[in-house]
Ligand binder design. Structure first.
Ligand code: F6P
Length: 319
């Protein structure tokens, strides 16, 4: 292995820069040439490549987003697009590719390896924490901290005005971000796509708590389950509780990564280069019980990460 390339793809996630830094510095230390592909698979198809060396990744660990930038690329979804990408990588003499991104990006990487024989290693980088066989993805911890900080502020206003706040968080079709942030702020209700929503039950619970003297109410809803508007309408309509909504949106994807994300991303960036060097390709680097593991991409992508039902039960008891 002489020359590798790195790209970030799909939704950005805090910590991607720390992963890029770790991968570049590990590869350079081991004598490899490193190219950065800008704007994900779109940039690959446009041959938007830059040379990277030890100092080119200085001072980026604390920065949110990705210095390589990102995109969602329609052309790469086609076999023709991937064939063109394979030709470009081969023509450039690139014999190892690191892909940092979510499920769609990792699926693309897997197909690139299967169809074009490009050795790839993937890193799970998404705030959604919806990738199977890894306990955490890069960016999740920072996203959760952003959610908690913001919801905590809303709680102040909820108490002052004796209102309910419905907060919609991201997560695509996963309820992880809603569940974890809801637990961390002591939300009265958490609505996730994995469990059918029962508005009557939620409204009744909130009403009982109100009668007991509780002066605020936070409901966290995952974007994949319902919308904040719908939930608020149900609550107001059923119990007449004055309700406001907040959609956290892309604020959850930005910001300087937490220490956890910096360490996780550094470990994953380091490990992916070692995996490429050792021919352990077609894999994703995962965090399992505190350890770095190399798991076949096909295995990762054939499974859906399920929500921890014990956490759901605990959240119900504690709220
Ligand atoms: O996958 C990350 C994510 O932020 C999801 O939580 C969300 O549904 C989606 O990306 C938003 O995508 P975009 O940035 O393209 O609007």
């Amino acid at each position: 292995m002489k020359k590798i390339a790195i790209l970030t793809s799909g939704g950005d996630a805090p910590g991607m820069n720390a992963a890029i830094r770790a991968a570049v510095r590990t590869a350079v230390t081991d004598g490899l040439e490193v190219l950065g592909i800008q704007r994900g698979y779109s940039g690959l198809l446009d041959e938007d490549l830059i040379d990277m060396d030890y100092s080119s990744v200085g001072g980026i660990m604390e920065r949110g987003g990705t210095i390589l930038r990102s995109s969602r690329c329609e052309e790469f979804r086609t076999a023709e697009g991937r064939a063109r990408a394979g030709d470009i990588l081969k023509a450039r003499g690139i014999n190892g590719l690191v892909v940092i991104g979510g499920e769609g990006s990792l699926s693309g990487a897997n197909l690139l390896m299967e169809e074009q024989g490009i050795p790839v290693v993937g890193l799970p980088g998404t705030i959604d924490n919806d990738i199977a066989l890894t306990d955490m993805c890069i960016g999740v911890d920072t996203c959760l901290n952003t959610c908690v900080e913001t919801i905590q502020k809303l709680k102040d206003t909820a108490s002052s005005h004796e209102r309910a706040f419905v907060v919609e968080v991201m997560g695509r079709s996963s309820g992880y971000v809603a569940l974890a942030s809801g637990i961390a702020v002591g939300a009265e209700a958490i609505i996730v796509p994995e469990i059918p929503v029962n508005y009557e039950e939620i409204a009744d619970k909130i009403w009982q708590e109100r009668k007991r003297g509780k002066i605020n109410c936070i409901i966290v809803v995952a974007e994949g389950a319902s919308s904040a508007y719908t939930v608020a309408r149900h609550v107001e309509h059923r119990i007449g509780y004055e309700t406001r909504i907040t959609i956290l949106g892309h604020i959850q994807r930005g910001g300087s990564p937490t220490a956890f994300d910096r360490v996780l991303a550094s470990r994953m960036g380091y490990t992916c280069v070692k995996a490429l060097e050792e021919g352990d390709t077609g894999t994703m680097i995962a965090l399992q019980s505190g350890k770095m593991k190399r798991i076949a991409l096909g295995k990762v992508l054939s499974q859906k990460k399920s929500l921890d039902m014990e956490l759901v039960e605990m959240a119900t008891i504690l709220s």
